[in-house]
Design a protein around this ligand. Structure first.
Ligand code: PLP
Length: 401
């Protein structure tokens, strides 16, 4: 019997070693990693420069405390401010904590404006984490079920619908912020329309709301820019980050600008581990490598190639609804639940994911090579085609029965 709590329906495999886009299990079988630990290991596994930076830092200093200054934390905050255009940073250890910080900032901001019960606009299909506050912000009943009462103070609207946000703005004086993923990850790799962010910015400006963009999954180069918002040239006020920031060493960050940047005062918020020397060394090395090796360019090039090939090879097949995404955040929406494909891919030595039952999600490392993309397609396309054939056959059988 396992002594690990049953929170995941884990696949029957454990990895012992990794190199680049490849993982090896205990039997020496190798797997092409098209998941990067769910958008975490953007540099792939065992990147020599990253490993050297970590080794060096482990030997020097792992942890002190936020009771003292942390030089690497200050350096990382400066670096993050430079690449994002944001002003300052609160460090934590995960995506849900980064969102918790954003929610707390919004509430402080609201109280400063004398709003008694500040509320935040959130979206359907959103995923913001598993703490009570962030699961309440999440737009999935599956995530929330069993954990009621949910936290009050969230107003939900459909994804990518500016009119719905405008209606809330007209009717609800308690709203002080919006919290959105521009590119929804867990919700099915949903991409908003071109003018959505600009529209949100206008609504936020007109009503003095904070524009808070959850870039936990879409950030750190995944979409081909450091952050997904940079495709549009519109700035947020608050931006939670995590996942790819430390390439696997846990670190989260909540970046703020303008009216959100100086709300926290000593004693308002904190984290024992947040931004410790080891985590910050990991993040600094990650940023350096993404920049030096032009990994964002690779994310655009390889992501475009994979999507174009998928469109060419399976895009027109009955049962394929849409192929979408940005950079190396890729979704293939099928008409039918297709969770079985994950095990079938694993059997063939490849790691993929299926989210919201019917969207195949690919999140390969940012340095995924063209040959690896070719291999991914050569494995995935027949799996999807055979799956669609089985669906068609069972539908035909049901019709004749
Ligand atoms: N926000 C987004 C957009 C995410 O995709 C996730 C995790 O998948 C989270 C927040 C939660 O992050 P964590 O699991 O590190 O708490």
């Amino acid at each position: 019997m396992s002594h690990v709590m049953d929170t995941y329906a884990r696949l029957p495999v454990a990895f012992e070693r990794g190199e680049g886009s490849w993982l090896w299990d205990a039997n020496g079988k190798r797997y092409l990693d098209a998941m990067s630990g769910v958008a975490v290991c953007g540099l792939g596994h065992g990147h020599p420069k990253y490993v050297a930076a970590l080794r060096d830092q482990v030997g020097r200093l792992v942890h002190t405390s936020n009771l003292y200054r942390i030089t690497l934390q200050e350096k990382l905050a400066e670096r993050l401010a430079a690449i994002s255009g944001m002003e300052n940073v609160f460090f934590c250890n995960s995506g849900c904590e980064a969102n918790e910080a954003a929610i707390k900032l919004a509430r402080l901001y609201g109280h400063k404006k004398n709003v008694e019960a500040p509320a935040i606009v959130v979206l359907e299909k959103a995923f913001h984490g598993r703490t009570i506050a962030t699961l309440s912000a999440t737009g999935s009943r599956k995530v929330q079920a069993g954990f009621e009462p949910l936290l009050a103070g969230f107003v939900r609207v459909p994804f990518d619908d500016l009119d719905a946000v405008r209606r809330v703005a007209e009717g609800n004086r308690s709203v002080v912020a919006v919290l959105v993923e521009l590119l929804q990850g867990e919700g099915g790799v949903n991409v908003c329309h071109e003018g959505y962010l600009r529209g949100l910015r206008e609504i936020c400006d007109a009503h003095d709301w904070l524009l808070m963009l959850d870039e936990v999954q879409s950030g750190m180069g995944r979409t081909g820019k450091w952050f997904a918002f940079q495709h549009s040239g519109v700035m947020p006020d608050v931006m939670p980050l995590a996942k790819g920031l430390g390439n696997g060493v846990p670190i989260g960050a909540c970046l703020a600008a303008g009216p959100a940047a100086h709300l926290f005062k000593p004693g308002n918020h904190g984290s024992t581990f947040g931004g410790n020397p080891l985590a910050c060394a990991a993040a600094l090395a990650t940023i350096d490598i993404i920049e030096e090796e032009r990994l964002m360019e690779n994310a655009v090039k390889t992501g475009d190639f994979i999507r174009a090939e998928l469109a060419r090879q399976i895009g027109g097949l009955k049962g394929v609804r849409e192929i979408r995404g940005k950079g190396l955040m890729i979704g293939i929406e099928l008409e039918h639940p297709c969770g079985e494909l994950v095990q079938q891919a694993l059997d063939r030595g490849m790691l993929i994911n299926v989210t919201v039952d019917h969207v195949i999600r690919l999140l390969p490392p940012l340095n995924f090579k063209t040959e690896e993309a070719g291999l991914l397609l050569a494995t995935l396309v027949p799996l999807v085609t055979q799956f669609l054939d089985r669906q068609a056959a069972s539908q035909a059988a049901a019709q004749t029965a």
